[in-house]
Design a protein around this ligand. Sequence first.
Ligand SMILES: Nc1ncnc2c1ncn2[C@@H]1O[C@H](COP(=O)(O)OP(=O)(O)OP(=O)(O)O)[C@@H](O)[C@H]1O
Ligand SMILES: CC(C)(CO)[C@@H](O)C(=O)NCCC(=O)O
Ligand SMILES: [K+]
Length: 248
Amino acid sequence: MILELDCGNSFIKWRVISAAEGAVVAGGIVDSDQALVAAVSALPAAPRRCRLVSVRSEEETAGLSALLAQHFGLRVVVAQPAKEVAGVRNGYEDYQRLGLDRWLAVLGGFHLARGACLVMDFGTAAKADFVSADGEHLGGFICPGMPLMRSQLRTHTRRIRYDDASAERALSSLAPGRSTVEAVERGCVHMLQGFVRSQLEHAHELWGDDFTVLLTGGDALLVQKAAPQARVVPDLVFVGLAMACPLD
Ligand SMILES: Nc1ncnc2c1ncn2[C@@H]1O[C@H](COP(=O)(O)OP(=O)(O)OP(=O)(O)O)[C@@H](O)[C@H]1O
Ligand SMILES: CC(C)(CO)[C@@H](O)C(=O)NCCC(=O)O
Ligand SMILES: [K+]
């Protein structure tokens, strides 16, 4: 059993796959290292190996690796920046600066698309990355995602306040809002969908109709309507993680 972790800015996505077939046998989302330890402790069998990707600080990532070693005796393989993996060339001027979640989503995306692709990831941040048919990563864009847009509005205004349950209800439609919660939640989704449409336009300018669109991240479904041709691949970062960190 292999434990795989995607340590994002807000959540840790985890899953356990069987070493032989790669079948997913367990998984979840937690909001702290301690919650991860609890989730892994509750598994019927302890994983033997672990690979992870993190966009957190070196200290936080080392702390998590140490915790996994201490509790489960796991030796953790941590995804590292690279100039080239599996036929994809990192497009950043300084390859080490490209977020590893983006890099792995790009690797996974190119692997699945087998050609030019636009990879978009909707988490705490919204990200778009472009890879040409010959594996050249052309770069990408980073914007605030749904959680950040929402919290900026809440933080910097006096009269925008609502709870999570009404936020969820507000997204049953995208019609003009008739309450604050509807106006904000739907407005932010329209921002994300607009982001998606402009990325699609850019991809069309580059490649005509000859490209694949991949969507991932916790909020991918909120923008799906803006990219009807897209493949939604919730585990795209894990696809790239396996490519970047093969375990013998
Ligand atoms: N089951 C879920 N658990 C947690 N968040 C979820 C879930 N389903 C959807 N979401 C939404 O997904 C978003 C977070 O996405 P994700 O987990 O991909 O972000 P992240 O990894 O923390 O951030 P980033 O990828 O930008 O570093 C939040 O807006 C959250 O509301
Ligand atoms: C953009 C985020 C925060 C999204 O998780 C992450 O990919 C990151 O920390 N990137 C480093 C900056 C960059 O990619 O240019
Ligand atoms: K992520």
